[in-house]
Structures are given as structure tokens and as C-alpha cells.
Design a protein around this ligand. Sequence first.
Ligand SMILES: [Zn+2]
Length: 455
Amino acid sequence: MISKNFKRFIVILILISLVFAIACKDGIRAKKDVKVKNVIVLIGDGMGNQQRRIAAIVEGKGDADHRLVCESLTTSGVAFDHSLDAIVTDSAAAGTALATGYKTNNGMISMTPDGKSRTTILEACKQRGKSTGLITDVTIAHATPAVYGAHVKQRKMYSEIASQYLKNGIDFLMAGGTCDFLPKELKGKRKDKRHLINEFKKSGYTYISDLKSFNKLNPDKDKKVLGLFRYGSMDYEIDRNKAKEPSLAEMTNIAIKTLKKNPKGFFLMVEGGKIDWANHGHDVAGSVYNTIAFDKAVKVALDFAKNDKHTLIIVVNDHETGGMTITAGTNISQIRKLKATSGKMAGMIKKDGSNVDEVFGKYAGIDNLTDKERKMVIDEANGKLKVRDELGYGGTIIAHIISKRTGVLFATGGHSGTPVIVAAYGPGCQIFDGFYDQTDIPKKIGKLLGIKFPF
Ligand SMILES: [Zn+2]
């Protein structure tokens, strides 16, 4: 009897031990098994709420119920975006907040005014063995990608920013901007004689510069990629030669395929930079179609995340540009007639003014220019009238005629101080709900990655 009871005791003891062991193991696993493995941050530069709405309604052929993908993610929040030294931020200070969790002065790239470099969320991910990537449709050394992969005291230090990308070993870079990679001797802008493209190649990067080589990229073989498609920024979506330059969505797709091979995951930032440029220039077609192009990149990221289930997607603007306003007079069907940016149209106007009506008819669907409007366009073509002098950064007379005709108005040639919209998708994304500061965004990303950030 004693031995039977003893046997029972031993069996129960073993069972208890097993349950205990499994519970402990699960406990350890729960700590180690962070649900978010990959992070994709998509930044619509200057893409405020109005830019999103007008793009959505145009995409929906006039249906105001139509939503962009970035207007349909799980969670949304509002983030305050003033910089340390101004109510209205620039892309450098706003980007620094988004990348490092620190506010700084306008113009500074991931550095605080005391001259300290602040670790970026991309660098924190890299330190944990993740692959990293930066994509934009402007130049790769421009402020928004720069804040994730470089530290400089002035955003215009483009050559230094490009050098730091190499030094920091960003795995995937794709954009425009060979100008910052080539020495002056080879028509680049570098004063240090360095041929950075060759240096990238020597460091094991696959370098591509056109659509043909883009289409040949092999995510299984090409571990590190540098793609630079233009000397300066890439083209506006509506003007883009589809046989020469990939879209933002196509670049996002190949980046994800390349970076996802890392079992430890990846961090990718995708910027729609030309949305900002279009709004500085009060260009309705540029803003609408670049916002739609950016949203297609969001869809690529979202489709991957839905399937992967361990990817966090954040869509945010760094600030709003132009003070764009949808008015009671906004004419969607007139916007839908636009076939080129105002900048491209301006380049087509003959100095003698003989083709003004033809250009407006063909590219803007406007066949009733007034004599005053026609004269202003001709005067601008001949350098007698400069909108830049009157309104500041960018813009053409043509842009302002189209803005008036489409009823999409602008309040400034610069940025505005309106808070930014955050949209999130992925495990734990509900923490992006509510009102907070832009500096909280990388902290929240860090939290979901299971890392303390900033350090
Ligand atoms: Zn701007």
C-alpha cells in the first residue's frame, strides 16, 4: 500500500513539475517574444489632412465618402509638431522628433542644439541586428531620410549626410540625388573629391540608376542596394516617365522583399517628399497625385503587414505645407482634368505666348483664359513677372491660376502649424490613439519593439 501511494505521489510530483516547467518556459518566451518584428514608417512630407482629403475625393471621382488607405488604418492620433525654436517646424526638426524622440531647432538633423547626436530609432533597430532602409522621391540626402541615418547640425550638409549613410551601413537606399554622391570634377556637388557611388559598390552594395537595372534587382541575392535614379529629386507622379523611374510603391515593394530576409526583422522609412514641394509651389496636381502615389506605397506596406502579422505600420506627416484649404468652391471635375504639374506646363510656354491656350487646354482642361491671365503667363515666361518674389518659396503664375480655378486655396508659401495626423496598423498599434507630441512616436515604436527608447 505504501509503495502504491508513493508511486502516486511521484506521478503527481512529476506532473506538477511539468506544469511548472511549461509555465516558466512560457513566461520566459512571453518576455522574449516581442510581437513587433518589423517597422515601416511612411512619412507624407507636408501631407496634412486637407491634402489627404482632396486626394481621396479625386481618387474617388468626386465621392467624398471615398478614403485613402492611410485614412483607413486601425488607429489614428494627433501629434503636436512645433519645433524647439519655432511654432512652425521644418522637416529637419520635425524629422528629428520623429526619429529620435527629441525636439530640436529648425534645420538640425538628429542633433539637439547642444551639439549632441541623438540615437535614431533606425539606429536602435540596427543595433539589435535588424536590417534598415530609406526611400524617398526627393534626394536621398534630404532632411526626412537624413534624420534617420545621419547626424549633422545643418540640413544642407548633403555631402556629409550621404557619407554618413555609408559609414552607418544603411542596407537599402533608393531615391534621387546622385549630385550628393559625385565629386565636382564629375559634375556632382561634393567638394571632397570622393566618388561615393564607387565607395558604396566597394562596400558590397548593388548600385542601380535606371528602371532596367531596377527590374533586374534580385531580393535573394542583392543584400545591400543603392538606387539613385536622378541627379536631383525624382519627378512628380503626374509627370513621371514610367519607362524611366519606378513609383514610390514599386520602390517600397522591392525594399520590403530585400529587407525581410533578415530573421531579426527590419526598419524601413518611406517618404513622399514631393507632396511638400508641390504644396510649397501651390501645385494642385502635384499635391493630389503625389499623395495618391504615396498612399499606394502605404497599401504595399499594409498588404505585407496583414500577411506578416509582426509588422507595425505608422503613417504620419512631419508637418502641413501651404495651408491648403478645400473650399465650398472646390471643383473636383476641374482637378480631374489636370494632366501635368504647373511647373511642367510653365516649361512648355513659348516666349511669344503663341501656345498658352493650347497648353492650358491640353494639360489643365481650361479653355477660357482671360486676357489678364494670358498676359501674366506670357510675362512670367519672359521673366517680367516672378511669383517667387511675391509669395516666397516656389510657385508659378500657372499654379495660382489653377489653384483659383479648382477652388483649392493656399495660405502660405511655407509650412503651417497645424498638428499632424498619425495612422497606425499592427500589433499593439492602439497606443497611437489620442493626442501626444511628435517626440512620443519613436518612443511608442520602441515600446512595441520591446526596447527602451530613447536610451
Ligand atoms: Zn517643406
